[in-house]
Write a protein that binds this ligand. Structure first.
Ligand code: NAD
Length: 263
């Protein structure tokens, strides 16, 4: 038995869009460790791509903006997996097609759509997986390292609500199980979702300068932390927000950055 003990255990992985996705790196590591993976993706194009990457594993379609599709995902997993030991929620969407507007200009339509997909889907999926979860299953939701970083636009407050939701879900599931819910709060990475945030590339390069080691955070580093949180080795951690940011949040006044900006 390996330290993580994920061999032959069942994991639901959401949010694999391509090989750059955080969820892909999590899936790859879990698969290498002998876990059984069950995928849920948003589109048929993703379904075909993931099926190619993991030919022996089931890939279900579930647009989380659609309550019926969430319900049928629960049914599929009941039939095919019977029991799920871990669930990775790696889904977010915000409509930035007109750039980042001043926060007070956020429309209700955009805010509601982003909340449904990026936040409420964790609650809806968890409810529909309730009977499939192993009594001590682990749920991990991808969040951001600083929900007050205003360059994220209105996704910031929605991620803050996601961070809070893991405490509420841990509490509500504790009345009948030991299912754990945690948020993994990652610093900036290079993925398709992040590329959609206006001004992201420059901010990503700036963030690298703010890491204590002066080397950008990698998707694999975030995925490794996710695998640990999904495994039974993190059994004492629940209702928590675990930050993975290579020390960025402790280095706001990095000497070399301060020096350059005060020349
Ligand atoms: P990604 O684009 O690879 O993944 C985002 C996923 O969300 C995609 O697979 C997309 O299909 C899915 N999605 C969007 N709307 C959906 C819907 N209606 N139904 C089902 N799925 C839907 O990018 P990623 O960076 O791997 O993002 C994964 C998670 O990590 C997100 O929650 C993101 O906010 C978070 N995160 C990313 C970074 C970063 O810098 N990339 C940092 C911290 C947190």
């Amino acid at each position: 038995m390996s330290f993580l003990n994920v061999e032959n255990k069942n994991f639901l992985i959401t949010g694999v869009a391509n090989k750059k996705s955080i969820a892909y790196a999590v899936a790859k590591t879990l698969s290498d460790e002998g876990a059984n993976l069950f995928f849920s993706v948003q589109t048929e194009a993703q379904q075909a791509k993931i099926q190619e990457l993991f030919p022996t594993r089931p890939v279900y379609l579930c647009d989380v903006a659609n309550e019926d599709q969430i319900k049928s995902l629960g049914q599929h997993l009941k039939n095919d997996a019977q029991e799920i030991h871990g669930f990775l929620h790696s889904i977010a969407f915000a409509n930035f097609k007109d750039g980042i507007k001043p926060f007070h200009e956020t429309s209700w339509e955009d805010f509601a759509q982003s909340s449904q997909i990026s936040l409420y889907s964790l609650v809806a999926l968890s409810r529909n997986l309730k009977d499939v979860f192993h009594p001590s299953a682990s749920v991990v939701a991808l969040s951001i390292s600083n929900t007050r970083a205003t360059n994220y636009g209105y996704l910031g407050p929605i991620k803050a609500a996601l961070d809070s939701s893991v405490a509420f879900l841990s509490k509500s599931f504790s009345s009948f199980s030991e299912v754990r819910f945690n948020a993994l709060c990652a610093g900036p990475l290079k993925t398709t979702a992040s590329a959609g945030i206006p001004g992201y590339v420059k901010n990503y390069l700036f963030a690298e300068k703010l890491t204590l080691r002066k080397r950008a955070l990698t998707t694999e580093e975030v995925a490794n932390a996710a695998v640990f949180l999904l495994s039974e080795r993190s059994s004492g951690i629940t209702a928590s927000c675990v930050v993975v940011d290579a020390g960025m949040s402790a280095n706001y006044f990095d000497e070399s950055v301060v020096e350059k900006s005060t020349l």
